[in-house]
Design a protein. Structure first.
Length: 184
């Protein structure tokens, strides 16, 4: 697992690495990972929570109290709840989405998986995720962890980022390519 220069070079990477190290030492990787995915989904679907983590007008102490109050509703484990309090206390809640993303990469590396960042116009169902995992796994020869995101602006299709490779089969890209070809 490469955590020396690349991941730990960023602020979010240092927080994610610290949380991962603690979760590994406490044998809580799965519970923390699950809690962080729930928090990520809540951030994506709840504008008030997103505002709480990004607004400079909300004081650190207030943000920490709100997060401590909603953590049980998110079924967040105690380690994740404490971590959210640390981020709030240090004024780093803006980094939370990136911390969650990097933590997921660290978990995947720990398990010997490769993480594929998948963006689709609509949420993928379980069968589609399983088929995508199998197809990408046979391509790279390793287990694949899917980090799925929804972005309606791609109109349809899918964009897969696997390490340094990117497969863009989105309708938006195809329309842009067609428009450029028609310009001559």
């Amino acid at each position: 697992m490469e955590t020396s220069g690349g991941i730990r070079a960023s602020l979010a990477g240092r927080y994610a690495s610290a949380l991962f190290d603690l979760a590994r030492d406490e044998r809580q990787i799965d519970s923390v990972s699950g809690s962080l995915q729930t928090v990520r989904q809540a951030l994506e679907s709840n504008d008030d929570l997103k505002a709480l983590t990004t607004s400079p007008l909300i004081r650190r102490a207030e943000a920490g109290k709100v997060l401590a109050a909603i953590a049980p509703a998110l079924n967040a484990d105690p380690l994740t709840t404490n971590f959210l309090g640390v981020l709030a206390g240090n004024g780093r809640l803006r980094q939370l989405p990136e911390v969650i993303r990097i933590f997921g990469r660290l978990v995947a590396d720990h398990r010997g998986e490769t993480t594929a960042e998948v963006t689709s116009a609509h949420p993928l169902d379980d069968d589609q995720v399983a088929a995508l995992k199998a197809q990408l796994g046979s391509r790279v020869g390793r287990d694949i962890a899917i980090d799925a995101r929804v972005d309606p602006s791609i109109l349809g299709g899918i964009v897969v980022r696997l390490g340094s490779q990117m497969i863009d089969a989105s309708i938006r890209t195809k329309l842009n390519t067609l428009a450029n070809a028609m310009k001559g």
